[in-house]
Ligand binder design. Structure first.
Ligand code: PLP
Length: 394
């Protein structure tokens, strides 16, 4: 395995463990446990004197391949695969805090992520301050002597705001806090939070990494020291481990990730440009466009646009629903990152639990829809939007 391989090569070959049968495709080791040659061998394994697996809740060969391939892609020393993206987010945050600690998080977070820091953490005596993460001074002002974790998503769901990751990391380092970045929207192809100074990266592998609507999964990536000190025991004893079957589907997903993300991004960019010119559309937010409100930060930390587009329709909820119902190729779904183009109305789905005021703060209006561009033919998608928009009153 070469460390110098470029991402597309790492994603096909990185981490492969071939069995004695020399299979082409990675093997699925669908086993709960492992056997030992002798009682002495079992004792040595448990003492950590020999290398090897003990129990699939701790780690197993197919998961290992997935974790190593993710490490190669991300430039991380260690990874732990989890059963869902939320298992990854919860573990990455909760494993490193205790009662009396304080978290600073961007308020623009996926609903369940926000629930973890805003509702769950305080039940255990961990306080959380939510800030408008677009401005570094808000992060700085929120710091307290007991601040241990900064948590953010960039770009954000669904309005594609971006956070200056290097700036937040600099502030965190000044006070000895750790920065956890949910990198789902950017994908590992377009943004490398560890290179920008973040300490921990999490993914919902359910999204672009699988990308074909099959498996729920997640992954946490960081350095060996942090994993050993904080995550290892939490992961072993609370049991968020991924199924080896899921790890196998995700290994297959990683092979085609760059190809899918490239086509999805091309589609998203062209659809964004088309929609920006339509009379029914009030605003398009797309990180790849020059008119993105934080285009300077996008240029600084992202290598590409995004597979997602936020669209605000002039006709409010009525227009948003009419557009979704009239689309033929683009399917209505709250999922994202899929080969199929998907559209959702955040105010009534993913962000329905927020108050009207909290939604307004995030720029989610009744007319906002979020498109996750798929890999279909670009012209077919644009024609689908054109026919659907023609059915909406301007
Ligand atoms: C930004 C973001 N983080 C985390 C998650 C949670 O991932 P999962 O559904 O795999 O638990 C999602 C989506 O569901 C998401 O969009």
């Amino acid at each position: 395995m070469s460390k110098t391989w470029r991402p597309a090569t790492q994603l096909v070959h990185g981490g492969t463990l071939r069995s004695q049968y020399s299979e082409t495709s990675e093997a699925i080791y669908l086993t709960q446990g492992f056997v030992y040659d002798s009682a002495e061998a079992a004792e040595a394994r448990f003492k950590g004197e020999t290398e090897g697996y003990i129990y699939a809740r701790y780690g197993s060969p197919t998961n290992d391949m997935f974790e190593k391939r993710m490490c190669a892609m991300e430039g991380a020393e260690e990874a732990r695969a989890t059963a869902s993206g939320m298992a990854a987010v919860a573990a990455a945050i909760l494993c490193q805090v205790k009662a009396g600690d304080h978290i600073v998080a961007a308020r623009a977070l996926f609903g369940s992520c926000r629930w973890v820091v805003e509702t769950l953490a305080p039940k255990y005596g961990i306080e959380c301050t939510l800030v408008d993460g677009r401005h570094l001074e808000n992060w700085e002002k929120a710091i307290r002597p007991n601040t241990k974790v900064f948590f953010l998503e960039s770009p954000t769901n669904p309005t594609l705001e971006v956070v200056d990751i290097a700036g937040v990391a600099k502030l965190a380092n000044q006070v000895g806090a750790k920065v956890v970045v949910d990198n789902v929207f950017a994908t590992p192809i377009f943004q490398k939070p560890l290179e920008l100074g973040a300490h921990i990266v999490v993914y919902s592998a359910t999204k672009h990494i699988d990308g074909q609507g099959r498996s729920l999964g997640g992954v946490i990536l960081s350095d060996t020291e942090w994993v050993n000190e904080h995550l290892q025991d939490y992961y072993r004893h609370t049991g968020p481990a991924m199924s080896p079957f899921t790890a196998w589907t995700l290994l297959k997903g990683l092979e085609t990730l760059p190809l899918r993300v490239k086509q999805q991004t091309e589609n998203a960019g062209k659809i964004a440009d088309f929609l920006a010119e339509q009379k029914q559309v009030a605003k398009v937010i797309y990180p790849g466009r020059k008119d993105h409100p934080q285009a300077d930060i996008v240029a600084k930390q992202m290598k590409g646009g995004s597979t997602l587009v936020a669209i605000e329709l002039k006709g409010g909820k009525e227009a948003a629903f009419a557009l979704q119902n009239a689309l033929e190729i683009v399917k209505i779904s709250n999922n994202l990152g899929d080969a199929k183009s998907l559209i959702t109305h955040p105010a009534t789905t993913t962000h329905k639990n927020l108050t009207d005021e909290a939604r307004a703060e995030l720029g989610i209006s009744p007319g906002t829809v979020r498109l996750s561009a798929g890999i279909e033919d670009t012209d077919d998608l644009i024609e689908d939007f054109a026919q659907a928009l023609s059915k909406i009153k301007a």
